[in-house]
Design a protein around this ligand. Sequence first.
Ligand SMILES: NC(=O)c1ccc[n+]([C@@H]2O[C@H](COP(=O)([O-])OP(=O)(O)OC[C@H]3O[C@@H](n4cnc5c(N)ncnc54)[C@H](OP(=O)(O)O)[C@@H]3O)[C@@H](O)[C@H]2O)c1
Length: 352
Amino acid sequence: MAHIPKVQQTWTVVRQGHPSKALVLNDNVPVPADLESGDVLVKVQAAALNPIGYKLMAFLPNLFAARPFTSENDLSGIIVSSASPDFTPGDRVFGFVDVPLQWKTRQGSLGHYVRMPASRLAPLPSNVSSTQAAGFTMAGLTAYQSLIHQAKLEEGQCIFVNGGSSSVGAFAIQIAKAKGCKVYASASGKNEEFVRGLGADEFVDYTATSLHTHFTKIPPSPKFHIILDAVGVIDPSLYTHSPAYLAPGGIFLSTGPNPTASWRGAKDLVTTVVEAFLRPIWLGGTPRKYEICKVWGIREDLYALRDLIEEGKVKPVVDSVFAFEDTLKAYERLMSNRAKGKVVIRVEPDAE
Ligand SMILES: NC(=O)c1ccc[n+]([C@@H]2O[C@H](COP(=O)([O-])OP(=O)(O)OC[C@H]3O[C@@H](n4cnc5c(N)ncnc54)[C@H](OP(=O)(O)O)[C@@H]3O)[C@@H](O)[C@H]2O)c1
C-alpha cells in the first residue's frame, strides 16, 4: 500500500483579495485519515483553475466564505484509499470538489490529497493524460448540463457559442457538434483557427463587429435555437436584440456574472438583470427565455462527458501547464482572460 503522509502542502485561501494576497502555501495541512462510506482519498496528479476560484476570492467577504480552505475544484488523480464500491486503490480518475462540498469539507484540488465522495469522480479515459484530464469537469459539465438539460439540445439544431475559445465555450462547441448541430462561435480573430479546429462551422470575430449588429444584419437560417454566452454577463445587447436571430421558443444561456471593477461593468450587470428577469414582455421586455448555466455534481453526466472524451468526440483543450510552486503565475494567466482552454497545475512533479 502507498505511504500516505500525515500532513501535506496545499494552496490555502485564507482571506479575501487577489490570489497573491488571498492564497498561502501551507505546509502543515492534515491529510484526511478517516473515510465515510462512499468516500475515497485521491492523490492529486494535476489540478485546473476556474474563474469562480479567483472571483470568490476577490468578491466574497470572509463572513460569507468558509475560509480557510484548499483552493480550486477540478482535478485528476489516483485513488489511494476507498470506502466506495466504485473505485479501488490504484484507479486513475478525474472529477471535482464542487464549491458547496469545498466549503463544507475545506478540501480542494490545489493540494496533494483530497477526501471526497466517489460520485464526484469518473475513471480517467484511456486516451488522455492526467494533465489533460484535470480541467474536464467544471467547464465540461457546465457546457454539457446547460446544453443537454437546460436547453434540451437536439440533433440538427443551430447554436451560437459566444466565447468559443474559452474553456466552457470549447466544450460547448464540441458537445454540440457531437450531437449533430450546426455551430456558430465567436472569439477574437487570432483564435479563429483554434475555434474552427474545435468544430465550429461559422466564426465571428467579436473585435471586428458588434455581435448583435452582425446577427441582425446577417441572421442565421434557421434562427438559433440556443445562444450560449460563455463569456458571461458583460453586455446586455446580445440578449436584448436576440429576437432578430434567436428563434421564438429558443433559449439564451449565460455563464453568469463576470464582474469587472468598473461602473460600465456594474451598469451592464444591472441592465441584464432587469432585462432578463424583471421587465415583463408587456412592458417592452425581451420575449426570449434567459437562464444562468448551472453546474451540478451529477455522476451520470460526468460519466456521459467521460464517454464523449473516450470516444474522441470531445478533446482536451489545455492552454498551459504550470508547476505547483508557480500557481500564482497560473492565476495571472487565467486572469488575463486570454487563455485558450484550461490552465493546469502539475501537482505531482512527474504527472504526465
Ligand atoms: N455558471 C456556471 O456554473 C459556470 C461554470 C463555469 C464557468 N463559468 C463562468 O464562465 C465564464 C467562462 O469561464 P471559462 O473558464 O470558460 O473562461 P476562460 O477559459 O478563462 O475564458 C478565456 C477566453 O475567453 C475569451 N473571451 C474573453 N472575452 C471575450 C469576449 N468579449 N467575447 C468572446 N470571447 C471572449 C478569450 O478569447 P479571446 O482572447 O479571443 O478574447 C479567451 O480565450 C467565466 O465568467 C466563468 O466564471 C460559470
